[in-house]
Design a protein around this ligand. Structure first.
Ligand SMILES: O=C(CO)[C@H](O)[C@H](O)COP(=O)(O)O
Length: 232
């Protein structure tokens, strides 16, 4: 059922894609449906070009016949369509469950608009139940962890910091060759303040908090698909 809802959200987001658009293409199981459906549109004659937000998505796009470019060739995009782990009423997001947060943020920030696609379970009143992914440099990890612990505790972290592991038990390494630390907050009350404080730590590359980036969410539930705008 959940896959069906993700596909419905992806299909509804495709309505916002126009011929000739330069697209940012997200990562994850919901974005996978978008890529498959976009591939069908391309096969039917739609002319778009996309920048993938991960190596995984690049492979998927190639398999589905979606033409690709890079931000070097095409630095300004019309629209990014991507999933999220949590979406709050102000359209602030937690992203990075799939480990692609850095490229996802770069690509979405290079786009005029970002549409989030999700099933209804991703809508929350407050961010923080989903562990917040923080991308860090491998160099100096011990010192970065101490600084992260300090900042996260100051901002009310209820749980702990955990370095993400791959399925084989080794350290998870991002496309940018960084590590990911997941911070279990419970509830984040000052999203902007936390984001600023985390990004001020030298070993932090990026956080999974997306603030002021997404302009719309296309959310599918048993009762149908809703298009949601941020509450100001
Ligand atoms: O941020 C992401 C990857 O880094 C994904 O968009 C996010 O984890 C949602 O994934 P899914 O659609 O599989 O639930």
């Amino acid at each position: 059922m959940s896959e069906q809802l993700k596909r419905q959200a992806a299909a509804a987001a495709l309505e916002f894609v126009e011929d000739g658009m330069k697209l940012g293409i997200g990562t994850g199981s919901t974005a996978l449906h978008f890529v498959e459906l976009l591939g069908e549109k391309v096969a039917a004659g739609m002319k778009i070009i996309g920048v993938p937000t991960s190596e995984r998505t690049a492979e998927l796009c190639k398999k589905n016949g979606v033409p690709l470019t890079t931000l070097e060739e095409t630095p300004q995009l019309d629209l990014t369509v991507d999933g999220a782990d949590e979406i709050d009423p102000k359209m602030r997001l937690i992203k990075g469950g799939g480990g692609a947060l850095l490229r996802e943020k770069i690509v979405a920030s290079a786009s005029k608009n970002m549409i989030v696609i999700a099933d209804k379970t991703k809508i929350v009143d407050a961010l923080g139940v989903f562990p917040l992914p923080i991308e860090v440099m491998p160099f100096g990890l011990g010192s970065t962890m101490i600084a992260l612990e300090d900042v996260c505790k100051r901002f009310g972290m209820q749980g702990s910091l955990t370095q993400r592991k791959a399925a084989d038990g080794t350290n998870f390494v991002t496309d940018g060759q960084h590590f990911i630390i997941d911070a279990t907050f419970g509830r984040i009350s000052d999203v902007e303040g936390l984001d600023t404080a985390l990004r001020a730590i030298p070993g932090v590359v990026e956080t999974g908090l997306f603030v002021g980036i997404a302009s719309k969410a296309v959310v599918a539930g048993e009762d149908g698909v809703s298009i949601i705008d941020p509450v100001s």
